[in-house]
Design a protein around this ligand. Sequence first.
Ligand code: GTP
Length: 380
Amino acid sequence: MTTALSVVMLLVLSSLAGSKVAGIREWGQANALAIIALLLFASRGVLPDLLSIEVANALYLGTIALMYAGFRRHLGLPVPRGLLLGGALAALAGVVVFHHLAESLAMRVVSVSCYHAAVYFAIFATLRGRVDGRLRYPFAFTRSAALVLGIGHAVRGAFHAVEAYAPVSLLEPSTANLVFLAIGTLALPALTLGAVMMANARVISETAYAADHDHLTGAPSRRAFFAIAERELARAQRHAGGLGLLLVDADHFKRINDTYGHGVGDQVLRDLAERTREAIRKIDHFARLGGEEFAVLLPDAGLEAARAVAERLRAALDRSAAATPSGHGVTYTVSIGLAMLEEGDTFASLMARADAALYAAKAGGRNMVVCAEGTGLGYT
Ligand SMILES: Nc1nc2c(ncn2[C@@H]2O[C@H](COP(=O)(O)OP(=O)(O)OP(=O)(O)O)[C@@H](O)[C@H]2O)c(=O)[nH]1
């Protein structure tokens, strides 16, 4: 059953192979190794004992170690290779000793269970930090599975160690053995299922982030900004509060690109985004609308406050020097169009007024703030 489940898990993991999520490779290797190990275990009596006991156990210890390594890599944590290898070799030494020197199935089980329990508890400990959102359930599931498996293996080891239960065969149909067998059977599939859920949640989160953020500057994207703006507009209209919109556009940006190259142009855009984030209030929303055009939404702001923010921003960017790879600072300026939310406005009409104001700022000589007509809702 575990072999079949490992094959299924391997197929599921393969579907995520192109996602570049860290850990997938180790989890895949773990399941591939498990398939070989379990087939060797199942060949007991058919193949030589060396293969069905020592080699099979060695491979299965490697399976568990790889699962742990996968979780560590997934979380960007270092993998304690020495510890994993040392522990696995100690467990394997136990298997060899209690096979050849002092034949004892129970003590072989103790050796292997100790390693399993230790690694499962280590997985539990690794996943203990707080996570939010989409990752919450996959983490909780995997953490719980690791804890149950760790306890199961610890109890199994203890049972065999005190010889309260010493099976003649690992397939003996006693209640305790059935429980242990179920734990052993479900361990790898349960952990792999958790791993797949974690990887999936990571892919979904990264995709959602990429859709809502601009790759170059890290600022929210046009799509995210419009969604936020609709919410803020509805809120401002409900409370008759002020809402200002700034459209910020780098001046003669084509010239910067043409003179210094696209790489420096990109650096200027990053610099602009960074300085803008520093110049605005915490409650303001900043986004890159596209190209060299950015927007700032100012909730709870009257005309004078919005004008002050716009002027402060323009001044902060005025001939500020973006560091370039060559070490030279490239100076630039911005033009800003400001519009305040008016009675009966939609976001499109607010944008259109801010756009017209920006156009006027460009036409008026650039490096200036131009306010659209009107004084805005709730503030006179
Ligand atoms: N480096 C870089 N350039 C970009 C990016 N997106 C758009 N551009 C360039 O931005 C330039 C915009 O040029 P224009 O629309 O003519 O505007 P401008 O030169 O800033 O002139 P004004 O706005 O009138 O002051 C174009 O050359 C685009 O190729 C980007 O992500 N990186």
